[in-house]
Design a protein around this ligand. Structure first.
Ligand code: ZN
Length: 214
């Protein structure tokens, strides 16, 4: 039996997030939703986060505005804007050690993820930083991503898959993806693979310098 962790980024979306929650509930699975903070200004969308939390999912911070990878800006105020502002909006729906996932340029894991200031901000704020190792680009190919996702899962010893609960139609195939995982004897767990979590509760526990802009 192999472990797989699922995450849903860039929501919540009024149509797609309930659809995803329904499918996950039917399969009895728990995951993490990395939400874009400014979307929570809408009470209906915040209520979807509350529903996800109540159903056992975790809510993580995926920046306030998803403007650009933090390492691509020299603006000294960007970390507080993108990380802090989103965390304020997540508020009581947060995990005790807040989860943060940076936005990456099309999923790339490189030195655009953090500026030095952003890294310091995460450490000072006691954040747990959650990266990824499987990006099937569901936004690009809403009908064809399942095969690619399964291939990526086969290749990783413990895949952490990034999907998106946004309005592309890709999540129409989530149910099929979950069936395929089960058929391959892969079990969905909520924990994160340790090598995708270089900062835990503000403590640097893995290699992060490779993700910090020079
Ligand atoms: Zn994103």
């Amino acid at each position: 039996m192999k472990k797989v962790t699922l995450s849903f980024d860039n929501g919540p979306d009024p149509d797609t997030t309930p659809q995803v929650l329904d499918v996950l509930a039917r399969h009895g699975l728990r995951t993490t939703f990395f939400v874009v903070g400014e979307r929570l200004r809408d009470p209906g969308r915040r209520a979807l986060c509350a529903r996800a939390r109540a159903e056992g999912h975790r809510i993580g911070n995926h920046t306030y505005g998803h403007i650009m990878p933090l390492g691509m800006s020299a603006n000294p105020d960007l970390p507080a804007w993108e990380i802090g502002k989103a965390q304020d909006l997540i508020g009581t729906l947060s995990e005790p050690a807040p989860l943060f996932r940076p936005s990456g340029a099309l999923g790339a894991l490189n030195d655009t993820l953090f500026s030095r200031r952003a890294l310091d901000y995460l450490v000072a704020g006691g954040y747990t930083c959650v990266l990824w190792n499987a990006v099937p680009r569901d936004w690009d190919d809403p009908r064809g991503w399942v095969g690619r996702a399964l291939d990526l899962c086969e290749r990783q010893s413990w895949p952490l898959v990034v999907l998106h609960d946004i309005d592309t139609g890709a999540m129409d195939s989530l149910d099929r993806f979950l069936d395929e995982l089960a058929q391959r004897d892969m079990t969905v767990v909520q924990e994160f693979p340790p090598d995708c979590v270089p900062i835990v509760g503000g403590r640097i526990v893995g290699p992060v310098e490779r993700y910090v802009a020079a």
